[in-house]
Structures are given as structure tokens and as C-alpha cells.
Design a protein around this ligand. Sequence first.
Ligand SMILES: O=P(O)(O)OC[C@H]1O[C@@H](O)[C@H](O)[C@@H](O)[C@@H]1O
Length: 283
Amino acid sequence: MLPDCIQLIDNPAGKTFVVIDHPQVSARIALEGAHLLQCTPKGQLPLLWVSPDDPQLPGKSLRGGIPLCWPWFGGDRPAAAHGIARRAKWVLSTATEDSQGVYLRFDLPAACISEQLPGEPWQVYVEFRLGAGIDGQLTTTNVGAEPMKLSQALHTYLPVGSIHQARISGLDASCYIDALDGWTHKTQAGDVQFNAELDRIYYGNGDNLYLHAGDNSVVVERQGSESVVVWNPWVDKSLRLSEFPAEGYLRMLCIEAANAGPDARVLQPGEQHTLGTRIQHAD
Ligand SMILES: O=P(O)(O)OC[C@H]1O[C@@H](O)[C@H](O)[C@@H](O)[C@@H]1O
């Protein structure tokens, strides 16, 4: 039985969404991918960017919100980029509310994992606490008998008024891998600013990050994460991306709490790891 503020709604194409209308927050999550698409604390601006080109079709990866990249990030394996989780059908297993907001837990069924990842006995669930901010935690357990490698990201799309004025602080002097320059390792000097395509894995840094973007400024906290992906497709890649408007790059950027690059983890039998992010408007 769901709390009154939470409804399950099917769109005409047969895709199911969890729709939340709570006194503290409104939000929408697709069951496919346990994909948080929208989250707006009441009386504030949206915390997440979502593409207006979203076709909302089953099997189509939605562009925006927080896609879950699991159990590998990017091209860490030759199969589908960013793993299997974002297109898989998750199950809403818990949904509660209190005066501060809502709590939801989604589980990826064991049958889906064994079918799509044969020989990889993972258990995984994601929890969202939504209210004045977003608190998302992706928890993975190795339930097998052998060590298994895990790379992952909470691929968070954040809105900005203008990419030209946006900057990220908290990464000064951090090392990063530049995916656009032969995966070379470099060191950040000062804030991250955007004036061309940018695709980087920062590592060795678990600090809070600040997106300075006028009214869209947010604080991004991380848990269990010593790496963060920062991404903006800029002009040319915007034209090639699925479900992305040509000028979308002007209004978004991604700050992705991750276990990527050198921060990929090896989970021993029985070991559990939680990757978390908390996002809230900056004062
Ligand atoms: O198009 P996708 O699979 O959603 O990926 C989007 C982007 O995701 C980012 O995390 C990667 O660093 C980029 O390289 C990638 O282009």
C-alpha cells in the first residue's frame, strides 16, 4: 500500500512512473532504471535537468535526471555503455513518507541479474530520500564466492542557466583522466569551467563539490566515492546524442558521484559497498 502522496502511473506507451506529490517535494521516477527523472523541493527550482526530447518509451534510455551506471561505468566493458541497470526493470519494494519527505527503495530482481550478468552474483538496490534535497544511495553486495570488480556512477544531470557562467569548485589540485585527450592524467588548476566539450574522471577526491550557477547553485556531497565524473557534450556531441536537443548543452552539466577510473572497487565475497550522493540547493 503506497502513501497518498505516491502514485504509480503508466504512460500511454506502457512505461511506469512513480509520481510523488508531497508537501515538501514533487518528483518522478521511472521504474525502468529506477531512474529519478525530476525532483523539485516545494517553492524551489528543480534540482535535476531532464531533456525535453524524452520520448518516454519503454527500452529507451531517458536523458536527464540520475541514470544509474552499474555494474560498470562507461566503456569499462565492451557491452552496453554504463552497464545494465539503467535499462532494467526495477521493483519498488518500499515507499514511505514523513513530514520531511519520502523514502523509496528499488531492488533489481535476482532473475534480471542472473539473466543479464551470468556468473556474477550481485545483489543491488537503490534508495532515495527526497525532500529539501536528493539523497540517493546505491548499495551493492557480492553474494558470490569470488571477488568481483565494480565500477559505477550516479550520472546526475544538473540544470544551469548558462553553461558559460557555470563553474564547479572543490576539485582544485585534483588529478583527473581526460577522456577527450587520449585518457591522459592531468591536474586541475582552480575551478572547473566550460568552454568546450568536457569529459573527465576526477579521482582521489571525496570532498564536497559546489556548482556555482546563480539560482541553480547546488552542493553535491558524496559517500563511498573517491571519484567524480564531470561532463558536458558541447556543440558537436549534442548533435549526436540520443534524446538531447541541439542546444541542450547550454543548460546542463553532469556531476556524477562515482567509483570510476582508479576508484573502481573489488568487492570480496560477502562485501557490501554503498555509493551515495546528496544534492541540495546552495544557500
Ligand atoms: O550517452 P550515454 O551513454 O548516456 O553517456 C553520456 C556520457 O556519460 C558520461 O558519464 C561519460 O563520461 C561520457 O563519455 C558519455 O558520453
